[in-house]
Write a protein that binds this ligand. Structure first.
Ligand code: PLP
Length: 272
């Protein structure tokens, strides 16, 4: 009989353009040989030019999806992406406790604190930031903010290695076990350095900057690649290191699609 693969649950929004959100998560899980489970939180209307709007899924439907799959299929790791509202965040946090997913359980939980698209469209109602800090971060094995999200969450503008460390310290205060502060566009034209720390161990993970305009879905793909490795039993530093290597290829092989920003691509992983 064929063996059941490891499973990963994404609690996130749909991207009609197929490059970010649950679509990015599912294709990343697939590329890792992990079976993807979905609790949809919102439906965005978007294409390569940006997000035109979104509507959220009723809270009880979001939580019912989590309970349905966790109870029957089992979840080896979970992640959140776009959560849209404080009501959804609060209900998701409570439900994760009920199904034993989170930092103090055997099932790792990654929080990608999605606040806006890179084209500047809000993907989170403003009052929901506080719920991310107080409801989700204390339950997270790892949080993966980009520099814009770091500024929104801590008020710290990261301009170099020192402020990146200060931001990591401030974020850990909210209660996650690990924090990954992604360097993004910080060091122009140099390596892109991500800082991973649990307050004791500090790892600086550098990657080569790749010149492309097509980076849609990069954050989601990175977080779901980490979640895939965690689902397969890797520890956090190993999962993040593996995900850095994975995303570097995805960015290098990003493709044009539509008139705007094309998606990063996990297709290389499937090539012969
Ligand atoms: N749409 C959805 C549903 C998302 O979850 C995200 C990011 O998490 C985005 C769009 C934004 O993607 P990007 O900023 O890479 O364009």
């Amino acid at each position: 009989m064929t063996e059941t693969p490891r499973t990963a649950l994404t609690i996130a929004g749909s991207d009609s353009g197929g490059g970010a959100g649950v679509q990015a998560d599912l294709r990343t899980f697939f590329a890792h040989g992990v079976h993807g489970l979905v609790a949809l939180t919102a439906v965005t209307v978007q294409n390569s030019l940006g997000v035109q709007g979104f509507t959220e899924i009723p809270v009880d439907v979001v939580t019912a999806q989590i309970k349905a799959v966790a109870g029957d299929m089992g979840v080896n790791a979970a992640k959140t992406g776009m959560l849209a509202t404080a009501d959804i965040i609060e209900a998701v946090a409570k439900t994760l406790d009920e199904v034993h997913i989170g930092r103090d359980t055997d099932t790792p939980f990654v929080v990608d604190p999605v606040a806006a698209s890179m084209t500047g469209h809000a993907l989170l109602r403003e009052e929901a930031l506080e719920a991310i800090r107080t409801e989700l971060f204390p339950r997270a094995t790892l949080i993966t903010p980009n520099l814009d999200e770091v500024r929104l969450l801590t008020g710290i503008t990261v301009t170099g290695a020192q402020t990146q460390r200060a931001a990591a310290g401030a974020l850990l205060e909210f209660g996650s076990r690990w924090v990954l502060v992604k360097g993004g566009h910080l060091y122009e034209a140099e390596d892109c350095v991500d800082l991973l720390t649990d307050g004791t161990d500090v790892l600086e993970l550098s990657g080569v900057r790749i010149d492309t305009d097509n980076t849609h879905g990069g954050g989601d793909t990175m977080a779901s690649a980490i979640t895939s490795s965690l689902a397969k039993g890797a520890d956090v530093p190993t999962a993040v290191t593996e995900a850095k290597q994975f995303i570097a290829r995805c960015v290098a092989e990003a493709y044009p699609l539509g008139a705007g920003v094309g998606p990063v691509s996990p297709f290389w992983r499937l090539a012969d």
